[in-house]
Design a protein around this ligand. Structure first.
Ligand SMILES: [Zn+2]
Length: 139
């Protein structure tokens, strides 16, 4: 019996995360930075993870980083993701030091390794959401 393919789930957007998703829709990657101590922050928060200040701003991120850890999903994902098999779920550490959970795309999933240099690419999911993903690049 065929499993019906449902639309992919979309992010739940907290009010303080809206700028991130609006920027992503324009193929821009931004992260928060604390104006009091300079700490970069991701995921979006209402206070600094270092000094608890709420004096935060949004800044462009380099979009470059390295694979911190990953897994290759080979089978039994939620039904909306079956057409994507096999795919890579990874934690990418950006040059700014923050980590993002995303996918590695544009390569053989089995060629991914820890510390692999990657750069952001944007995949439009629908009119409302564009997802930052990462592809391999030269170091
Ligand atoms: Zn701070």
């Amino acid at each position: 019996m065929d499993t019906p393919v449902k639309p992919k789930p979309v992010p739940v957007v907290n009010p303080w995360a809206k700028p991130f998703w609006e920027a992503a829709r324009e193929n821009k990657l931004i992260i928060q930075q604390c104006k009091d101590c300079g700490t970069y922050i991701f995921y979006p928060r209402i206070a600094c993870t270092n000094c608890f200040s709420d004096n935060l701003t949004w800044v462009p991120a380099s979009g470059r980083g390295k694979v911190y850890t990953y897994t290759v999903v080979e089978s039994y994902p939620p039904s909306a993701f079956i057409p994507d098999l096999p795919f890579v779920v990874a934690v990418v550490r950006l040059e700014e030091g923050v980590q993002m959970l995303s996918n590695i795309v544009g390569c053989d999933p089995h060629s991914v390794y820890c510390e692999m240099p990657v750069a952001v690419v944007f995949e439009k999911l629908n009119e409302e959401f564009t997802l930052p993903k990462f592809k391999p690049v030269e170091a």
